[in-house]
Design a protein around this ligand. Structure first.
Ligand code: DHK
Length: 144
């Protein structure tokens, strides 16, 4: 049976490749998906999703309870604000890897705190979009 990894992206990540490329790079979410597909283990698939709406992210995490073997999440700014996303992830019983494209610890102090890190099994920051690839590899290892 195929195991599905959900890759969830929060607000403004639809603009990846266009907004602040000096921070987030020039690659798009489509590039992220293509690179992640290259490292998928046999019997594993992925779904790439993005929303600017907190409730939509929460709904996808709820859906993942039945449909996903693991979650890679870049919550965007919700990282620093959303108890709702944290609570939803706490109701998900399989591995969660948190990804930030930029090194949030080198940026404004409000980006240094993450609600999601209270739940994440791994946290990646500052590797650019390679962070997503590392996260998918890690999930494939854990799901192996
Ligand atoms: C993306 C965002 O949109 C910011 O709000 C976060 C994160 C950092 C990233 O580095 O991928 O603070």
């Amino acid at each position: 049976m195929t195991q599905t990894i959900y890759i969830l992206n929060g607000p403004n990540l639809n603009l990846l490749g266009k907004r602040q490329p000096e921070i987030y790079g020039r690659e798009t979410l489509a590039d992220v998906e293509r690179l992640c597909r290259e490292v998928l283990a046999d019997g594993t698939d992925l779904r790439m999703m993005q929303s600017n709406w907190e409730g939509q992210i929460v709904d996808w995490i709820h859906e993942a309870r039945e449909a996903a073997a693991g979650i890679v999440i870049n919550p965007g700014a919700l990282t620093h604000t959303s108890v709702a996303v944290l609570d939803a992830l706490n109701a998900f019983e399989r591995p969660v890897i948190e990804v930030h494209i930029s090194n949030v610890h080198k940026r404004e102090s409000f980006r240094h705190h993450s609600y999601v890190s209270l739940r994440a099994d791994g946290v990646i920051a500052g590797l650019g979009i390679e962070g997503y690839v590392a996260a998918v590899r890690r999930l494939c290892t854990l799901l192996g």
